[in-house]
Write a protein that binds this ligand. Structure first.
Ligand code: MD3
Ligand code: FE
Length: 213
């Protein structure tokens, strides 16, 4: 299908040690990716999970791939089944796996074999507080993130919670590859500003591809 929002050539912006933004890298595949997100969410619906501290997350999440990320009163972890249905997570679509592998390659990380794709859905006001991603077994592998729909202000710091932070706007089609030292940097998303995106309406989606091991 002709995508009227994919006419811009991608470009790269270095972000932090080991991290690079591939601006608009996913633009051409946005429509297909959104259709695949829809299909995944019919098998494994978006849900707002509870943190171990008992707070309901404002971001709604689901997963595809051999593992999915879950949180509840027991803690954060990867699980091979959706706790809501007790079924395995939907398969990671080949085109998404290949897009993540191509992005990792462009950023200098060849041989990336993610087994988990966490899908975040933000509605207006939804946010993700400053955190590290360290539940994965293979911290030597990068994380590839794909942003679709409404733009969001991304906050990224350094190796400690009190490291100085920078802000960066992540827009539709942007892909970020996080490896090397930045793999364990603190990061978060500021509350989503209301808006209307031609492909996603009031939502922002973010996919993160991980080698959870
Ligand atoms: C930096 N997601 O799911 S993507 C997450 O936009 C998460 O939904 C945000 O943080 C989102 O854990 C940010 C950018 C991102 C993803 C993973 C990272 C940045 C990262 C892992 C390490 C360092
Ligand atoms: Fe994260």
């Amino acid at each position: 299908m002709l995508d009227l929002f994919a006419d811009e050539a991608p470009w790269q912006e270095p972000l932090a040690p080991g991290a690079v933004i591939l601006r608009r890298f996913a633009s051409q595949e946005a429509l297909q990716t959104l259709a695949l997100i829809d299909a995944v969410s019919h098998e494994a619906p978006f849900r707002q999970m509870a943190t171990p501290g008992g707070h309901r997350m404002s971001v709604a999440m689901t997963s595809c791939g051999a593992r999915g990320w879950v949180t509840d009163a027991q803690g954060y972890r990867y699980a091979s089944r959706d706790p809501q249905s007790q079924r395995p997570w939907p398969e990671m679509p080949g085109v998404l796996l290949q897009m993540a592998q191509r992005a990792a390659g462009e950023a200098g990380y060849s041989g990336f074999t993610p087994d988990a794709c966490l899908i975040n859905r933000y509605e207006p006001g939804a946010k993700m507080s400053l955190h590290q991603d360290k539940d994965e077994q293979n911290l030597g592998a990068p994380i590839v993130s794909v942003s679709l729909g409404l733009p969001a202000l991304f906050l990224f710091g350094g190796p400690t919670r009190t490291s100085p932070t920078k802000r960066c706007l992540l827009e539709h089609g942007d892909v970020v590859v996080w490896g090397g030292p930045s793999r364990l940097f603190y990061h978060g998303i500021l509350p989503l500003k209301p808006g209307n995106h031609p492909l996603t309406g009031e939502f922002r989606y973010n996919l993160t591809f991980r080698d959870a091991g």
